[in-house]
Design a protein around this ligand. Structure first.
Ligand code: ATP
Length: 229
């Protein structure tokens, strides 16, 4: 589904991602972990195309997309939920969800009921302005808006950050449901050890822009020194 080969990403002269190679197979949830500032968001932004690769390549569904625009990557099936719930505060919940339809590949321009089944609070708040929602509700809206586009592959940047436990649980359940369905693969940035362990199939730990650990399980004794503050 997704393959990064020897990827390097920089902000002008400052290289943040060095020589990262990783894979996400179809139906898998792959977690990227690591302390604040190690380059996790930079990596995700390079995958969606908001930042350019300085070296290396990005293959998505067997095509080389290293130089493809973010727009085209989205149209080819990538969804992105940025860190910090980037919703439209002056649009209603419903209007925010409609924006998600733009990214859909097929011609069916209707919001599927499943979105409200995943996040019932969005049905209740359909006509409220996005900016009036709580942080946790905004996070649910941001994820729902990405799901409206029916992505084959979803990039999630710290969906559980700063959110109350019951909403973290709801988001966790949606990820598990999507996994069971098997049609959406995910690359998830997460610092919450329990969350990552519950939803993840494969784990990469990043430190100073490179991968320092990878495996099918998170062995706390091996990874905690890269995660603790
Ligand atoms: N626009 C930018 N210009 C220059 N440097 C940046 C920019 N954005 C991030 N950086 C730097 O790149 C490094 C990696 O940042 P990044 O946001 O990718 O880390 P992160 O692992 O996602 O951390 P966090 O969990 O705090 O978001 C940091 O040193 C940061 O200061």
């Amino acid at each position: 589904m997704l393959q990064l080969r020897e990827l390097e990403v920089a902000y002008e002269e400052s290289t943040v991602i060095r020589d990262i190679s990783l894979k996400v197979k179809k139906g898998q949830v792959v977690c990227i972990m690591g302390r604040n500032g190690v380059g996790k968001s930079t990596l995700i932004k390079a995958v969606i195309g908001l930042l350019k690769a300085k070296k290396g390549s990005i293959h998505f569904q067997d095509k080389n997309v290293t130089k493809t625009s973010p727009d085209k990557r989205a149209k080819s099936g990538m969804g992105y939920v940025p860190q910090g719930r980037d919703i439209f505060p002056y649009l209603t919940v419903y209007e925010n969800l409609l924006m998600g339809l733009e990214g859909r590949k097929n011609a069916n321009k209707k919001i599927d009921n499943i979105i409200y089944e995943y996040f019932p609070v969005l049905r209740e708040m359909k006509n409220r302005k996005g900016g009036d929602l709580s942080g946790g509700q905004q996070q649910q809206l941001a994820i729902a808006r990405a799901l409206v586009a029916e992505p084959d592959f979803l990039l999630l940047d710290e969906p559980a950050e700063g959110i109350q436990p019951n909403i973290v649980q709801a988001i966790q359940n949606v990820i598990i449901d999507l996994k069971k369905e098997g049609s959406t693969s995910m690359l998830l940035v997460e610092q919450n050890f329990d969350f990552a362990q519950t939803v993840g199939d494969y784990f990469y730990v990043v430190n100073k822009g490179t991968i320092v650990y990878e495996g099918e399980s998170l062995i706390e004794t091996e990874v905690s020194r890269y995660l603790s503050v």
